[in-house]
Design a protein. Structure first.
Length: 455
C-alpha cells in the first residue's frame, strides 16, 4: 500500500519536474533565434557573412551529435546513463551570454571568429549532449507510457508558455536595451540566471530507474562505434522522423528569426511583435488533448492535424501584409496545435524508434538514436539562420537601414509566410510514410518476450 501511495505521489510531480529543463532550454533556443538580428543590427556583421558562419557551424554538429550519442551509450555512472548530461545546461547559458556580448572593439574578422567559436560550442557541444540524452533519460526514468505522455504534455505546454512569455517581453527589451552599449548582455542575463537555476530541477529531482533492457543489454559497452552506426542505419523510421524534425526546426527557427525583421520593416513597429507572443499563451493548451489523442487517433495523426492548420495560418499571414489583425489571426490558426507539435512530443516517437531498432537488429542503441533526431533539429535551426542570412544578402538587405528595397521586403515576407507553409506540405508528405506507431504494440510485446526468454 505504501509503495502504491509513493508511486501515485511521484506520478503527480514527475511531469512538472520533467518539464523544467525543457522550457529552460526552450527559452535559450528562442533567444538564439535572434542571433542573426543581433549580429547584423548590433555587432555590425553582414547578413551574408552571418549566414555563412551559421551554415558552416553545422558541419561540427554532424560529427559531435553521433559522438555524443555514442558516449551516452557507453556511459555507466551512479547517476545513470543520461542524467549526468543535464548539467550541460549551465555552460549553455554562460556561453549564450558571452555570444550576445561580442566586444565592439574587435574588427570584423575578430568578431566573426568570436561569434563562430561560441556558437559552435553552444550547439555542437552543450546542446548536443542535452538533446542526445533527452529521450534516453525519459525512457530510463519511467517505463509507464501514460506517464511519459503526461510528462511530454506538461513539458510541451511549459516549453511554449515560458518562451512565449519571454517573447512578449523580448521585443520591448530589444527596442530599448538592444540599442544601448551592453544592452544585449543585460537581456541575456535577465533570462539566463533564473532559467539556469530552474532548468536544473529535473537533474536534482528525477532519477533513472533500472529498465528491463538493462539485464539483456549489459554488453552494450562492447559495441563499437561502427556497429552502432550499422544498427541505426537499418532504422528506416528514425530517418523519416529525423527528416521531418529537420524541416520542423527550419520552420520554427525561420519564423522566429525573421519575425523581428518583418515587424521592423513590413509592419513598421518592432514592439508590436509582442502581440504575436501573447497568442502563444493560448496555443499550448491544445496539448492537453495529446493524451486523449494518443488513445483515440494516435500521436502522429495529432501532429498531422497541426501541420494542416499551420499551412492554412501561414497562407493567411502571406496576404496580411502590414495588417496586424490578419497577422494575429493567421498566427493563431498556424499555432493550434501547429507544426511545433512534432517537436513538443517528439520524444515519444524517438522511443518508438529505439524499440524498433532493437526489434530489427537485436541491439538497443539509445543515445545514438536520439542523437540522430537531435542532430536533425539542430541542423534545421542552423539551416534556417543560414537561409535567412543568405536570402537577406541576395535580396539586397542592408542592416540598420531605415528603409529596405522591395526585393528585401519580399524576401522577408516570403520567409515569414509562404516558405513555412511549403515546409509544412513537405513534412506532411514525409510523415505519410511513418507507419511505426501502428506497429509499436506488437513490437513491444515481442521485445518483452525476448527479454524474458533471455533472462
Amino acid at each position: 500500500m505504501k509503495e502504491v501511495k509513493t508511486q501515485k505521489k511521484r506520478n503527480r510531480w514527475y511531469p512538472w519536474a520533467w518539464s523544467t529543463r525543457g522550457f529552460a532550454l526552450g527559452v535559450n533556443t528562442m533567444l538564439l533565434m535572434q542571433v542573426t538580428f543581433y549580429a547584423t543590427e548590433s555587432a555590425g556583421l553582414s547578413a551574408g557573412l552571418v549566414g555563412t558562419l551559421l551554415l558552416v557551424s553545422r558541419i561540427f554538429d554532424g560529427v559531435t551529435d553521433l559522438i555524443a550519442g555514442f558516449i551516452i551509450d557507453k556511459t555507466h555512472t551512479k547517476l545513470g546513463k543520461a542524467r549526468p548530461y543535464e548539467l550541460f545546461l549551465i555552460p549553455t547559458w554562460i556561453l549564450t551570454v558571452l555570444l550576445f556580448s561580442t566586444p565592439a572593439s574587435m574588427g570584423t574578422t575578430g568578431k566573426a571568429i568570436y561569434f563562430f567559436v561560441l556558437y559552435v560550442l553552444i550547439n555542437a557541444v552543450c546542446v548536443t549532449f542535452l538533446s542526445s540524452s533527452e529521450a534516453v533519460f525519459l525512457a530510463r526514468s519511467t517505463t509507464d507510457e501514460g506517464l511519459r505522455a503526461k510528462a511530454l504534455t506538461v513539458a510541451g505546454i511549459m516549453a511554449t508558455l515560458f518562451p512565449t512569455a519571454v517573447s512578449i517581453v523580448l521585443p520591448i527589451l530589444m527596442a530599448s536595451w538592444g540599442t544601448q552599449p551592453g544592452g544585449w548582455t543585460k537581456i541575456m542575463l535577465v533570462f539566463g540566471v533564473p532559467f539556469t537555476i530552474i532548468g536544473l530541477i529535473r537533474f536534482f529531482c528525477i532519477k533513472e530507474i533500472e529498465t528491463a533492457e538493462d539485464d539483456t543489454q549489459k554488453n552494450i559497452s562492447t559495441i563499437s562505434f561502427k556497429d552502432s552506426i550499422k544498427s541505426i542505419s537499418h532504422n528506416k523510421y528514425l530517418f523519416i522522423l529525423a527528416a521531418a524534425a529537420l524541416l520542423c526546426s527550419v520552420y520554427n527557427s525561420l519564423g522566429s528569426g525573421v519575425g523581428s525583421y518583418y515587424f521592423q520593416y513590413i509592419v513598421g513597429d518592432l514592439a508590436s511583435m509582442s502581440l504575436i507572443g501573447m497568442l502563444g499563451i493560448l496555443t499550448p493548451f491544445v496539448l492537453l488533448l495529446f493524451p486523449l489523442a494518443v488513445r483515440k487517433i494516435g500521436g502522429m495523426n495529432f501532429v498531422r492535424i497541426g501541420l494542416v492548420t499551420a499551412i492554412i495560418g501561414n497562407i493567411i499571414k502571406y496576404f496580411a501584409g502590414a495588417n496586424v489583425t490578419m497577422i494575429l489571426a493567421g498566427s493563431l490558426i498556424a499555432g493550434i496545435p501547429g507544426a511545433s507539435a512534432l517537436m513538443m512530443i517528439g520524444s515519444i516517437f524517438v522511443i518508438q524508434c529505439m524499440d524498433y531498432g532493437e526489434w530489427k537488429t537485436g541491439v538497443r542503441v539509445e543515445g545514438m538514436v536520439n542523437s540522430v533526431y537531435g542532430f536533425a533539429t539542430k541542423v534545421g535551426g542552423g539551416l534556417a539562420s543560414g537561409l535567412l542570412g543568405l536570402l537577406m544578402a541576395v535580396s539586397g538587405f542592408i542592416g540598420g537601414a531605415g528603409q529596405q528595397t522591395a526585393s528585401a521586403k519580399m524576401a522577408i515576407s516570403w520567409s515569414y509566410s509562404l516558405i513555412p507553409a511549403i515546409l509544412c506540405v513537405i513534412m506532411l508528405v514525409i510523415l505519410h510514410f511513418y507507419k511505426l506507431e501502428k506497429e509499436t504494440g506488437k513490437i513491444q510485446a515481442e521485445l518483452e518476450e525476448r527479454r524474458n526468454h533471455n533472462a
